[in-house]
Design a protein around this ligand. Sequence first.
Ligand code: RB5
Length: 144
Amino acid sequence: MKIGICNDHAGVEYKNAIIAMLSAKGIEMVNFGTDTTDAIDYADIAHPLANAVEKGEVDLGIALCGTGNGMAMTLNHHKGIRAGLAWDEEIGALVKQHNNANVLVMPARFISCEKALSIVNTWLGEEFQGGRHERRIAKIPVQE
Ligand code: RB5
């Protein structure tokens, strides 16, 4: 399992904690985020992660910014990405079970680091339920 992670200046501490936790579980982590608190633009960080997920260079992605919205909006412009914003464990579970999110997005300025770690563990531990949810996610891409 290989997971890409990206963050802007709002998510450095959270990113480091997630990398430490998942690396300790034997998951290979690829860091697309910034490692300093100097302000950067989230889209500059989100697109490279999205490209890596779409190309299969990583299996899944995790993204963090202040609200999570900038990352989610940018990531979801990519056809191969279903980025889901989660701020508690229940949403983290549902975004995998129902939406099969291949990128988990979290709002670093609105949840604790411990909460973020717990959401990551929940999301990774869940399975997509398929069935009616398969039909629903198939309708997400713009129909030409
Ligand atoms: C940065 O100040 C902030 O705008 C960014 O982290 C994010 O919340 C944007 O959606």
